[in-house]
Design a protein around this ligand. Structure first.
Ligand code: SAH
Length: 270
């Protein structure tokens, strides 16, 4: 790549830049991988949404950031735009970081972007990150598996309408496994899938925890049961981004919270 030369003015085709699909971790800059931090530093452009959180985004110089998340007015940037922009920047010879919250391949549309880049013949690299699906519960004192309480864990999207006939999530099957259920994007539809799980036979006193803005400044944790959690959510005013943890492990928080220090005193019970 020729440094500082704008290929559009030289008439030469630029070498293709590389796109790095990078996970930022849940939001605490200390939980960025060393590789993610290095790539953010050296990138020409960082395309991001809001999920990496205020601290990580705040450290990236404004002139190399492009926000492809929710726009003012609440509209999402269309995925097609992001796909197109990634290819366009790579063809300009840029080193591009596509920064996503958590891990880029966990509910982050990273898979679609990788396919799009491959189709366009753009070289890319995947840089895994610490997913909020595990780190969110962890910093709240909740192990997603536990020798005595859960020998499996399922990661599911709560974005789907669970009552729609072709729901992609089989809540009945999840209720039957007896393992931990971790729901991402599950604040809004909590009442629907809580009811679905109860109808499928999960006990009403099953512990449930909500971890809001895990590792961000102002992180909050709210706990209850399958029966009470909607009320708990409403009283605490829990908002996205938040993780819902359903299963016996959610009660583990109560057993350790007094001595839990790994969130640096950020964690606050809602
Ligand atoms: N790729 C991301 C998930 C993207 S889907 C990852 O691996 O973490 C978006 C959902 O992730 C949010 O709705 C929320 O459920 C969850 N999430 C991401 N960051 C979070 C955080 N810091 N605290 C709580 N939930 C978070």
């Amino acid at each position: 790549m020729s440094e500082g030369v704008d290929p559009s003015t030289t008439g030469e085709a630029a070498d293709l830049g590389t796109v790095f699909l990078v996970g930022s971790g849940p939001g605490d800059p200390d939980l960025l991988t060393v590789k993610a931090a290095r790539l953010i530093e050296s990138a020409d452009v960082v395309l991001h949404d809001k999920l990496p959180g205020p601290e990580i985004l705040g450290e990236i110089p404004a002139e190399k950031r492009e926000d492809v998340g929710k726009r003012a007015g609440g509209e999402w940037t269309p995925q097609e735009y992001t796909n197109r922009r990634l290819v366009e920047l790579a063809r300009e010879g840029k080193s591009v970081v596509r920064l996503k919250g958590g891990d880029p391949f966990v509910f982050g549309r990273g898979g679609e972007e990788a396919e799009h880049l491959a189709d366009a013949g753009v070289p890319f690299e995947v840089v895994p990150g610490v997913t909020s699906a595990i780190a969110g519960p962890a910093v709240a004192g909740i192990p997603v598996t536990h020798r005595d309480h859960a020998s499996s864990v399922s990661f599911v999207t709560g974005h789907e309408d669970p009552t729609k006939e072709e729901s992609a999530v089989d809540w009945d099957a999840l209720a039957a496994t007896g393992g931990t259920i971790v729901v991402l994007m599950g604040v809004g539809k909590l009442p629907a899938y809580a009811a679905e799980l109860r109808d499928a036979g999960l006990a009403g006193d099953t512990p449930v925890a909500l971890v809001e803005r895990a590792t961000w400044p102002g992180m909050r944790v709210a706990t209850g049961t399958l029966d009470s959690i909607v009320e708990v959510r409403d009283e605490a005013g829990i908002e996205p981004p938040a993780i819902t943890v359903i299963g016996d492990v959610a009660a583990a928080r109560d057993r350790v919270v007094e001595f839990l220090r790994n969130d640096g005193g950020r964690g606050d019970d809602a």
